[in-house]
Design a binder for this molecule. Structure first.
Ligand SMILES: [Zn+2]
Length: 275
């Protein structure tokens, strides 16, 4: 499944990795009833959220934002490579992968079950803060879960070791600028993309539950490493894009994953782009 949105000079395709099963109970500071008031009825709190990846061509480069979940996660996930092929894109033709962060639904898809590169000709671009956090040795007292993520994230990068480009905050590459937006992870990154006429911000996991966190940006989720910083980053970004013509592309925003943020009397709402 893919949809394409034209923004400025670019055609940005949204390729789905599938849908992640998650629970509104992972929203912090919101009762089940309040959450269901926003998302609609759920099955005992469980809902599915989209997992989007974005692809565009700039000159001779074929640039993808994030790389999906790969194999071994939920059965509804891991479909990015087949969806790329269905859309006429050979994963081997991807030349660059810009990562928003290294969580499993964004970076585990870099490697296959054998640990080989799914994108054998791609260079990885990763913010220096996110890279340092996950590649440093585990500090003493770290949770087993975090250490396991650290080990997996390091494995994801192994086949790309000689083609990882570590980028500094604000360093523009081909019109794509990484902006640190820490909170969800230490080096969570928004990619600001100059499309040649308009600006697009690929905001990664700034929002997980669009129906909850766009109207109520104060609601953090248990996936955030630092909920308060994530909250501040979300508020600041929503405020910024709602006051400008900047479009947003979100890893977990509803189809087509791209649109505008509109300020409302109480919060914000997402207006999907029309293709
Ligand atoms: Zn995510």
């Amino acid at each position: 499944m893919s949809t394409t949105t034209r923004i400025g000079q670019l055609e940005i395709a949204c390729f789905s990795d599938g849908e992640a099963r998650t629970s509104v109970d992972f929203a912090i500071g919101l009762s089940r009833a309040e959450a269901e008031g926003l998302v609609g009825p759920t099955q005992d709190g469980w809902i599915f959220i989209p997992v989007n990846n974005f692809l565009f061509r700039r000159d001779e480069a074929l640039i993808m934002i994030d790389a999906g979940t790969g194999q071994g996660n939920q059965p509804t996930l891991g479909h990015l490579p087949e969806n790329l092929r269905k859309g006429g894109v050979d994963p081997a033709s991807v030349t660059h992968v810009l990562l928003t962060h290294l969580h499993s639904d964004h970076a585990n898809g870099l490697i296959d079950a054998a640990g080989q590169a799914v994108y054998p000709n791609a260079q990885i671009l990763l913010h220096e803060v996110e890279h340092a956090f996950w590649t440093n040795a585990a500090p003493s007292g770290e949770s087993a879960k975090l250490t396991a993520s650290r080990e997996r994230n390091q494995r994801n990068l192994v086949p790309y070791a000689d083609r990882i480009r570590i980028v500094a905050d604000g360093e523009t590459w081909r019109g794509c600028t990484p902006i640190l937006s820490a909170g969800h992870t230490s080096g969570h990154t928004c990619w600001q993309i100059d499309t040649g006429g308009e600006m697009l911000i690929a905001w990664g996991d700034t929002v997980h539950f669009a129906a909850i966190q766009v109207p109520r940006p104060d609601i953090a989720v248990t996936y955030d490493m630092d909920g308060e910083r994530a909250r501040q980053a979300r508020r600041a970004l929503l405020e910024r894009v709602s006051r400008s013509p900047i479009m947003v592309a979100g890893s977990h925003l509803p189809a087509p994953g791209i649109g505008r943020i509109i300020a409302t009397s109480e919060g914000y709402r997402f207006r999907p782009a029309i293709n």
